[in-house]
Each structure stands twice: as C-alpha cells, then as structure tokens.
Write a new protein. Sequence first.
Length: 198
Amino acid sequence: MEYLKDCTVLDRKETTYDKPVYIPPVVESVEYDRENMKKIMILQNTKHLYKDKDEGKITIKEYSHSVITREKHKLQLEHKELMNLEKEDLLNSIESEILDLNLDDFKTKESIMKFGCENGKSNGEKRKRMVILQKHLQEKQRSLERENLLKNVAEENKEDRLRKQEGKKTMKRYERMNLRVVYPRHRITTEEISTYQY
C-alpha cells in the first residue's frame, strides 16, 4: 500500500480494552505542499493484538492488548485533490469578498449580475459568485423576517382595520408577503450570464 512506503512512527503506546472493536484510522492533520505535489498526513492507528490459547485439541485467539500509534505519512498529492483545494480557495475568496460588501447595494438583479460578471472569469465562476451572494442575501432576508415578524403582523392588522373603516379592500396574503421582501431572490439563467454586457 502506498501510504506505508514513507511512514514515520511519532508515538507508540499500549493499552487494553474491555471489549476490543475495530477502530478505523483517525486523521489528526493534513498539510499540503502544492509546489512539490506532496501531502503530509498524521494518523492515529489502533491495532488489537491476540495470542494463541490452547483448549484441548483446538487453539483459539485470545485478546492480549492494543497498540496505538501516531504515524506521519508522506503521500503524493493527486491532481483531483489539488483541484479541490483550488476550488476551496476560490469559494473562500468569494465568501471573504462578500463579507466586505454592503448587501443593501444588491437588491436588484442587475446589481447581482454586475457583481458576478464583472470579474472577467469563466461562466462557472460568475455563477458561483452570484449563487453565494444570493445565499447571503437570503440569509439576511430570513433574519429580517424573524426580527420583524410580530411587528409586521401587528402593523398589517392595524392597516387592515383602517382599510375596512375607509371601505377599501384588505390586502391579500401574497401582497403582504411581497411588502416584507427586502432582498428578493432573482432567477438568473446561464444564457443571461453568458450574454451579459458590462
């Protein structure tokens, strides 16, 4: 197995368990060296050891003890892992960029498309930028709704009473919901992204 080729034991201790069961290796940490296409993993392995016990004509395995080792493995970094790291870096950079924005400037479809498309990158990255921005906008919308729900309902009831007194029609439920939406969710298609002019 590849991970056994370059392995260093950092620590080794023995212990016993009342009921030994299989414990899969635990990854403690992973460090990536992208330039040299290497990764260093520190694993904790638990191995149960058994000894032979004679009982008449048969020999059975009897649990003896367990050995817990911390091992350092140097592995080749696969191309797929490198691509995943680059994708994670991209998503983190978009997230940090959005955290510095004033979300009140992004209530229209045009402003969201401008943020997504004016970076000169691929259509896939443009879409990711818009999706992550809209996710943040929807989270802010939900927090506003939670904060203002009781206040909105009280105000709407008061408005309904005033409308009835004035002989006007009361508002329908969907009309009320539309008034509560501060950050609407916009549908943006792939065609709109690819044909966007800035």
